[in-house]
Design a protein around this ligand. Sequence first.
Ligand SMILES: *Cc1c(COP(=O)(O)O)cnc(C)c1O
Ligand code: SF4
Length: 349
Amino acid sequence: MTHWKDILQDSITTATELAQHFSVDSTPLEHVLATYPMRINSYYLKLIHSVDDPLWKQAVPDPAELCDTVCMEDPLGEENLSPVPNLVHKYPDRVLFLIHSECAMYCRFCTRKRKVGTARMQINEKSIGLGLQYIQEHPAIREVLLSGGDPLLLSDQRLDDILCRLRAIPSVEVIRIGTRVPCSLPMRVTKDLAKILKKHHPLYINTHFNHPRELTAEAEKACTRLADAGIPLGCQSVLLKGVNDTHKTLGKLFTGLLRLRVKPYYLFQTDLTRGTDHFRTHTSTGIAIMRKLIGNISGMAVPTFALDAPGGNGKIPLTPDYITRSGTDLEFLNYLNKACTYPENGDPI
Ligand SMILES: *Cc1c(COP(=O)(O)O)cnc(C)c1O
Ligand code: SF4
């Protein structure tokens, strides 16, 4: 089998290379690439069937990325919430620690588009050291979310080293890794990697699939390997216009993930990130999709639909409203839209 590093090496990164595979006008893409990088590795490239299909839209730059005048560079206010570079401390008991600047593919809708995959994201031994020191000095932090970029693109040795140093801090109870590798480069999940991760339990992984066509045999193998290493797997998907914004597509994705032992965790409303406005749906679209999914597919397969409030104000669940009247009796609609009652005082109706 081809080594994951060779697959990554074999990536499309220029407009000219893209034009060798698909009939596209490369000039407008070159302008986008001057600002935002592209990387489509040979594994993900094979999943794209045609120009403008849901996988294409996630991976291939769109001139619309440069026409976005409404959105912000750093909508979640991450830089303001960083006591040391690349560590975001927003919630009392957990931090987001960015430990790698690269990804196996650069998602066009990335919330950290301002820096991921560019020279603006400076991560080195010094920044890692400062992050670890901050965590050590703040024992209220009981959970550390490793993200980036993609932490699983680090070498086995480097990742093991960071995990060992984190585990040496007694106040750190849970480690959570955010990675798109099981979707975008599943061959990276080697037996050796699983062996390393397994040493650092309790360790959770939240991965990121957005479309049922990403649930390939290779992705299944990667997820199985991680689950067999005792790692609980979750998925954080993003609701994207033209990619997955129907209940049929998302229902298929979420039930498919569950079959791979991945629990859908969040479905995110697109952040107000500059260069991603063309992906954004109205929040009512997501709420209507959730209304159709809840009760109709396994509860285990239903994620929380949420938005990350601008300015670092935290994640806000957006839930369909079932209640039609409250008071002595609670009146509500069920998943089939049938009117039902719950007597608050316990008297049967
Ligand atoms: C999303 C996020 C978390 C994790 O939130 P959960 O609801 O626990 O998944 C932690 N820190 C930051 C800065 C975040 O953006
Ligand atoms: S894998 Fe995650 S961090 Fe990397 S480009 Fe995609 S969304 Fe951004």
